[in-house]
Design a protein around this ligand. Structure first.
Ligand code: CA
Length: 245
């Protein structure tokens, strides 16, 4: 069965390109060129189908703020929302991520990038229905969330409690960006959301312990001005059962 994607984009050319690319990949596309059209399609789909599996949401719409659609989606469904952002749309992009969008892409992006982000978002929502992810495995790094254990190339790595909390939060969203505000609120507490220097310090410590070249990280990635992203786990191992003892 085809998954239905709601594509909200007022740029005619980009909308047509994305629609064609997603169609080839086997998605059914509902396309909206304005906030009003998007809200109408969402309402119609909720009432009589097809169920919308994922929303691609452009930030700058001619008749209003894309955040209104995001708020509507979050009130009603767990449907993943990917924000399509212009390079100068940083502030609003962060607001939308903090308001519950799953991820974002900065224009121009390739269809390959978009499809990869869509797969992560769809899989994450699927996993939310299953028992929580307990392991993260990537390129010789193993993180066992339940046992609070980190192993790199077979060697146990000692992390402080705060380092582990930060790493665990990122690993739980592996493949997706997590904003500064979310990380600070969830790792340090809601009163610390302005203390981005904590993040720089602790991410530096984690990279020193976990990356082969801390200055050129391959797993603990920076999303400039937005937050951090742990690279996607090696395929089929983020729920892996095997940890060396
Ligand atoms: Ca636009």
């Amino acid at each position: 069965m085809k998954l239905t994607v709601l594509l909200v984009e007022d740029d005619r050319e980009l909308r047509a390109t994305l629609r064609a690319g997603l169609d080839v990949e086997g998605y059914q596309v509902l396309a909206a060129a304005s906030l009003a059209d998007a809200l109408a399609l969402w309402t119609h789909a909720a009432a009589s189908g097809p169920a919308i599996a994922l929303v691609l949401l452009d930030l700058g719409l001619p008749d209003g703020d894309g955040q209104r659609l995001l708020e509507r989606v979050r009130r009603e469904q767990a449907t993943p929302v990917l924000v399509l952002s212009a390079r100068d749309g940083d502030g609003q992009k962060i607001d939308l991520l903090d308001a519950g969008a799953d991820d974002y892409l900065v224009k121009p992006f390739s269809l390959g990038e978009l499809l990869a982000r869509m797969r992560v978002a769809l899989r994450r929502r699927g996993l939310a229905l299953l028992p929580a992810v307990t392991h993260y495995v990537r390129a010789g790094l193993l993180v066992d969330l339940a046992a609070h254990r980190v192993v790199r190339h077979g060697q146990a790595v000692h992390l402080t409690p705060t380092e582990f909390k930060l790493l665990a939060r990122l690993v739980r969203s592996a493949g997706q960006v997590v904003t500064h505000r979310t990380l600070l609120a969830e790792v340090w507490g809601p009163e610390y959301t302005a203390h981005t220097h904590y993040l720089r310090l602790y991410m530096g410590q984690l990279r020193a312990k976990l990356e082969a070249e801390p200055a050129d990280p391959q797993t603990l990635l920076t999303e400039p001005g937005v937050g951090y992203r742990v690279a996607e786990a090696d395929s089929d191992t983020d729920r892996g059962l095997h940890m060396p003892s």
